[in-house]
Design a protein around this ligand. Structure first.
Ligand code: NAD
Ligand code: UDP
Length: 338
């Protein structure tokens, strides 16, 4: 199939391009590079030995989207493009709602004008809020989000569901990601955050390499075995193959489907730090800090539905996630900026 990947130069998008191309799909990318580098596209080509079409453009730009759908016979869209910094979304809500929601409305409007109605959407476990059940199944009710970023995901799920209800020739797959970490095992692609990272794993690797003095662990008084929060970390290459599996489902006429993409295993913050030190032999200095606002104590998936219906399951474990994150960090100390 020929797939338009929005946000394909980003962390998850670039890894997904590799898996799509390895699976024999053709890839067209649109990315405005607001949080990524075109270098990731070169790395995709280097890893796969194949070419892809890249458009530096914005999903809010209807003309650019029209050009792409006119120049390429697109079969399906995998939609990663979006702003994703939780903290930033609190003080820039308009920018988040405009980029993520207006962007998706523009994209889907142009899609239907070109009669392309197959869409895989990057959602997040954040839509569960403080989850009503653990492990979280897809039947768990959506919860109250704690920031505008989360609300964009929750609202977009509703918008895309309503689109399918009104016109069931749409195939829409909502993928709720848990915590993607790791990097491509070649060390050629990985996560390249701007400034001081907000997320745990890039913070750990930057402490390990000496860019940051120590990791602050946000809270050790939660009701969990070691007091720190539990999350479901998933290797970004596993997440990427999850999209290839979802595309197969689209080919079988999916209708509207929702899947968790996680491993089904929860690790505490301390577990991650200890696994990182064991996997790499590198020390990570840390100290306990107060809780971070908006964090839920536990969030891990039931990965059963994706296994049964998509035939997909994560194959990498936490040690490999740590190893590959570290490999990327050491080979590219400044990310794609060198
Ligand atoms: P990322 O920032 O690396 O990738 C997003 C890409 O979208 C970037 O390359 C950015 O330049 C591009 N982009 C943003 N707005 C755009 C626009 N208006 N037009 C064109 N391109 C635009 O983030 P990621 O971690 O790869 O996340 C991909 C998607 O998955 C996002 O939608 C994100 O919200 C979602 N998600 C991520 C996580 C995570 O922890 N990384 C978890 C759950 C969901
Ligand atoms: N965390 C931490 N220190 C950091 C960054 C994150 O203790 O510098 C914790 C955070 O409180 C959460 C877990 O690590 O319990 C995962 O956080 P992250 O921001 O990576 O993902 P989230 O689950 O919040 O989306």
């Amino acid at each position: 199939m020929k797939i338009l990947v929005t946000g394909g130069a980003g962390f998850i998008g670039s890894h997904t391009c590799v898996e799509l191309m390895n699976a024999g799909h053709e890839v067209v990318v649109i990315d405005n590079l607001c949080n990524s580098s075109e270098k990731s596209m070169e790395r995709v080509k280097e890893i796969t030995g194949k070419d892809l079409a890249f458009y530096k453009g914005d999903i809010l730009d209807r003309d650019c989207l029209n050009t792409i759908f006119t120049e390429h016979k697109i079969d399906a869209v995998i939609h990663f493009a979006g702003l994703k910094a939780v903290g930033e979304s609190v003080y820039k809500p308009w920018e988040y709602y405009n980029n993520n929601i207006t962007g998706t409305l523009t994209l889907t409007d142009v899609m239907r004008a070109h009669d392309v109605k197959n869409l895989i959407f990057s959602s997040s476990a954040t839509v569960y809020g403080d989850p009503a059940e653990i492990p979280i199944t897809e039947n768990c009710p959506k919860g109250k989000c704690t920031n505008p970023y989360g609300w964009t995901k929750s609202m977009l799920e509703q918008i895309l569901t309503d689109l399918h209800t009104a016109d069931n020739s749409w195939n829409v797959i909502l993928l709720r990601y848990f915590n993607p970490i790791g990097a491509h095992p070649t060390g050629l692609m990985g996560e390249d955050p701007n400034g001081i990272p907000n997320n745990l794993m890039p913070y750990i690797t930057q402490v390990a390499i000496g860019k940051l003095p120590e990791l602050g662990i946000f809270g050790n008084d939660y009701d969990t075995p070691d007091g720190t929060c539990i999350r479901d970390y998933i290797h970004v290459c596993d997440l990427a193959t999850g999209h290839v599996a979802a595309l197969k489902k689209i080919e079988e006429k999916a209708g509207l489907c929702i899947y968790n993409l996680g491993t089904g295993v929860g690790y505490s913050v301390l577990d991650v730090v200890n696994n990182f030190m064991e996997a790499t032999g590198v020390n990570v200095a840390y100290s306990m800090k107060p809780r971070r606002e908006g964090d839920v104590p536990q969030c891990y998936s039931s990965a059963q539905k994706a296994k049964e219906e998509l035939g997909w399951e994560a194959k990498y474990g936490i040690k490999e996630m740590c190893r590959d994150s570290w490999n990327w960090q050491t080979k590219n100390p400044n990310g794609y900026k060198d």
